[in-house]
Design a protein around this ligand. Structure first.
Ligand code: F6R
Length: 240
């Protein structure tokens, strides 16, 4: 793993963007899988600014997203699709036809997982971008998720519901289930960029980097991959 420690959350953006642009230069039709949440927000802001100023084009890029809440449609302001539209997709020249997302409002969620898995199999990722949960989750793969898991429906852990309640007006509104890409699909990417900031990520980052490769810390699967870039602020790196 290559670990870059930067001064602040905003500084993570430049390192991540440089790495993405390096890949896009070689392959303008790269397949990129994105996370939502606070960790990648500085990156998405930087991508939009860079697109406006330097005209880096995403028109041939194919995108996937890691996860989506069960029951929240694309127009719901807490859905992950809405987050991506508002913070990134609507502000760059991405082709809407190239955006792939799990659909959390379908009745047949099992069928939806199978559809998404097939698409992922057909579109090997060049870049997988990740955040990490304070319990070591990646995507919504909570501790104990098998490393060979594929896209599936999950029940969110109490700690994840608590962490994510900051985006909702009350904890009761946080959906209890979600669709998430599985761990075997997440590591099926040429390059993985994980961004973590803040002291509440320090233990998860330590377990990811230095702990045993074990399903009790889903992010520890990254130790099996030979092209991982970890971008951390000082607080997130403080236990390394
Ligand atoms: C979101 C996702 C999650 C987040 C993680 C960290 O799509 O897959 O694994 O990356 O919960 O969230 P933040 O960045 O909000 O701390």
């Amino acid at each position: 793993m290559r670990i870059v420690v930067v001064g602040s959350a905003n500084d993570t953006a430049k390192v991540a963007l440089d790495s993405i642009k390096e890949t896009l230069k070689k392959k303008p039709n790269s397949v990129i899988c994105f996370p939502t949440g606070s960790s990648p927000l500085p990156l998405y802001n930087a991508m939009v600014e860079d697109y406006k100023k330097k005209k880096t084009s995403y028109k041939d890029v194919i995108t996937f997203n890691l996860d989506e809440y069960k029951g929240l449609g694309s127009k719901h302001n807490q859905s992950y699709r809405y987050f991506m539209d508002v913070n990134l997709f609507n502000n760059i020249d991405i082709n809407p036809d190239n955006i792939n997302f799990p659909n959390g409002v379908l009745k047949d969620l099992k069928g939806e997982c199978a559809r998404y898995h097939k698409l992922l199999e057909e579109n090997h990722r060049d870049i997988q971008i990740l955040g990490i949960g304070s319990n070591g989750h990646i995507g919504f793969n909570e501790p104990g998720t098998p490393f060979d898991s594929t896209t599936h429906v999950v029940s969110l852990s109490a700690s994840t519901i608590r962490d994510n309640s900051r985006f909702f007006t009350s904890i009761k509104e946080v959906p209890k289930q979600a669709i998430t890409m599985g761990l075997s699909e997440i590591i099926d990417s040429d390059k993985i960029i994980l961004i973590a900031t803040g002291i509440n990520k320090a233990k998860a980052v330590r377990d990811c980097v230095k702990g045993p490769i074990d399903e009790s810390c889903p992010a520890s699967i990254l130790q099996k991959h030979d092209n991982v870039l970890l971008i951390l602020d000082k607080d997130a790196a403080s236990l390394l």
